[in-house]
Design a protein. Structure first.
Length: 125
């Protein structure tokens, strides 16, 4: 069992997590949730494995919406690759996480945590 998740107090994905995986990390989206941060509400991806959630910036949010659609519920089950890029953050170069969509899942969507199943199937009467 990997012990990293027990050593880190952070519940959010950081560039260090991706760096530890060799600079690229392939993950499958479990679900999304809204998290409240200092600068307001943000959308966070949760993954099927033990990886911490990734809070989405505008760049990553647009990449996901372009590849998997404008409803984050449709992103569940899709595989993406996380990779690192250099970004200018307040005048200082830092590592940032970017998303590369790999495939669109044809499997049935899992029910989001705390959510209800999608019940908009047509019912013949």
């Amino acid at each position: 069992m990997r012990v990293q998740k027990y050593l880190s107090a952070s519940t959010f994905m950081s560039p260090g997590h991706v760096e530890e995986a060799g600079g690229e990390l392939t993950v499958t989206i479990l679900d999304t949730e809204e998290v409240e941060l200092r600068d307001g509400p943000k959308l966070m991806l949760n993954f099927e494995d033990e990886h911490p959630g990734l809070v989405l910036n505008q760049t990553n949010l647009r990449a996901l919406a372009k590849s998997f659609g404008g409803d984050s519920d449709d992103w569940c089950g899709n595989t993406i690759q996380l990779f690192l890029v250099d970004v200018d953050f307040h005048g200082e170069m830092k590592k940032g996480i970017r998303i590369r969509p790999l495939q669109r899942s044809s499997a049935p969507r899992p029910v989001p945590r705390g959510g209800k199943p999608d019940l908009d199937d047509a019912i013949p009467f």
